[in-house]
Write a protein that binds this ligand. Structure first.
Ligand SMILES: NC(=O)c1ccc[n+]([C@@H]2O[C@H](COP(=O)([O-])OP(=O)(O)OC[C@H]3O[C@@H](n4cnc5c(N)ncnc54)[C@H](O)[C@@H]3O)[C@@H](O)[C@H]2O)c1
Length: 325
C-alpha cells in the first residue's frame, strides 16, 4: 500500500481555481443540507494562549470522500515569520479506510475559507451588490475577495482596513494586480470600511476577549456581513440587529457557544445554515432591505470536498510523491 504526499507547492501546482473550489463547496454544503454527511464537532488542544490545534474529520457520503484535517492557528507565528495557519490533511478510502493521501492544508484552508464567504454571498447578498469591505487584510481576506469577485458580478469597489497600514497596502497591491478593474479604497477604521459596503468580510485574529469596533447601525440596510473570525469584529448589538443570522454549521456554532468562550452575543434564533441554503431547504435573502449575518467558522466538509478534487487531479497528473504506508 502507498499514499500520495502533496506538499504546499504540489497542491498549488495543481491549479484548482476559485470557481472550482466554489463548485466543490456548494456540492458539499448541499450534501450536508440533505443530511448526507458525518462531521462531529472538532476537538482541539491548546499549547499556548490564543493558540489551537484542531482535528477536523468529515465524511461526505454523496461525494464519497472521507478524511481529517489537523490544523493549527498560532497568532505569535506572524512575528516569527511563520504562517498563522499550518497543518496537514489526510484522505482515507471510504471503502477500506486505508489512507490515500497526506497533503499540506494551508492552501486548502485559505481557499475553502474564502469560498465559504463566496457561498454566503451567492445565497445572501443583495442582487447588484457593488461595494465590498474587507476588515483584516491577511490570507483569508485575499481568498475571500477572490470568491466575491466570482459571486458578485457588479462588484466594483473594495474598501479595505487592517490594523497595520502596511498590511492594507500589501493587500491592495496584491489584489489590484489580480483584479485591475476593481477600485480599492484604503480606510482609516473598520467602521469607515463597513458603512457604505453591500458585503462585508471580517477576518481578524480570533481572541478570547475581543474588543469589537463594528457596532449596530454600521452594516447598512440590505447589507451582508460574513465573519470568518467568530465574534472578534462585531459587537453583540451588531449581531443582534440583523434580520437573519446564518452560519456554515449551526451544530458547530451552538457547540462552540456552549463552551462559554465565544458567541455569547449571537441571536437566539438561527435562520439557516449554508447547507440548508445550498440544498434549497430554506430561503436565503427574501427582501432587498434585510441585514443578514453569516457566521462561517469553517467546516471539515469544505476541506474534504476540496481535497478530493486535488487528490484526483494529482493522480491524473502523477503529481506529488508516493510513500509506502
Ligand atoms: N472561518 C474559517 O473557516 C477560518 C479559516 C482560517 C482562518 N480563520 C480565521 O480568520 C482570521 C484571519 O486569518 P488569516 O489566516 O487571514 O490571518 P492573517 O494573520 O493572515 O490576517 C489577519 C489580519 O488581521 C489584521 N488585524 C489584526 N488585528 C486587527 C484588528 N483589530 N482590526 C483589523 N485588522 C486586524 C492583521 O494585521 C492581519 O493582516 C483568523 O481569526 C483565523 O482564525 C477562519
Amino acid at each position: 500500500m502507498e499514499l500520495v504526499y502533496l506538499s504546499r507547492a504540489d497542491v498549488e501546482g495543481l491549479g484548482m481555481s476559485m470557481s472550482e473550489v466554489l463548485g466543490a463547496l456548494d456540492r458539499g454544503f448541499a450534501a450536508k443540507g440533505r443530511g448526507h454527511t458525518e462531521m462531529p464537532p472538532k476537538p482541539g488542544i491548546h499549547t499556548r494562549p490564543d493558540c489551537f490545534i484542531h482535528a477536523m474529520p468529515a465524511y461526505v457520503q454523496e461525494l464519497e470522500v472521507a478524511g481529517l484535517k489537523w490544523v493549527s492557528g498560532y497568532p505569535p507565528n506572524t512575528a516569527k515569520g511563520l504562517p498563522y495557519i499550518t497543518g496537514l490533511l489526510v484522505l482515507n478510502d471510504c471503502e477500506t479506510g486505508v489512507p490515500l493521501a497526506v497533503m499540506d492544508c494551508a492552501w486548502v484552508t485559505a481557499m475553502r475559507t474564502g469560498a465559504s464567504a463566496g457561498i454566503s454571498a451567492r445565497y445572501l447578498a443583495r442582487a447588484g451588490s457593488s461595494a465590498a469591505a474587507i476588515v483584516g487584510c491577511g490570507v483569508q481576506a485575499r481568498t475571500s475577495l477572490m470568491a466575491l469577485v466570482e459571486e458578485l458580478p457588479d462588484l466594483s469597489e473594495v474598501r479595505c482596513y487592517d490594523l497595520f497600514p502596511e498590511a492594507t497596502q500589501r493587500f491592495v497591491a496584491d489584489m489590484a494586480a489580480l483584479f485591475p478593474a476593481l477600485r480599492f479604497v484604503t480606510c482609516a477604521s473598520a467602521p469607515d470600511a463597513v458603512r457604505p459596503a453591500d458585503v462585508v468580510v471580517t477576518a481578524i485574529p480570533i481572541v478570547v476577549d475581543p474588543e469589537p469596533d463594528i457596532d449596530a447601525g454600521m452594516l447598512k440596510e440590505g447589507g451582508l456581513a460574513v465573519a470568518l473570525d467568530y465574534d472578534s469584529a462585531w459587537t453583540s448589538a451588531a449581531l443582534r440587529e440583523c434580520d437573519k443570522f446564518c452560519s456554515d454549521d449551526v451544530g458547530q456554532l451552538l457547540a462552540t457557544k456552549a463552551h462559554g468562550v465565544y458567541f455569547g452575543g449571537i441571536p437566539a434564533a438561527i435562520s439557516a445554515d449554508l447547507g440548508e441554503l445550498a440544498a434549497g431547504l430554506k430561503p436565503g435573502r427574501e427582501r432587498e432591505s434585510e441585514r443578514i449575518f453569516s457566521m462561517n467558522m469553517g467546516i471539515a466538509v469544505d476541506d474534504m470536498v476540496t481535497a478530493k478534487v486535488l487528490y484526483e487531479r494529482a493522480l491524473e497528473r502523477g503529481a506529488g510523491v508516493r510513500l509506502p504506508l
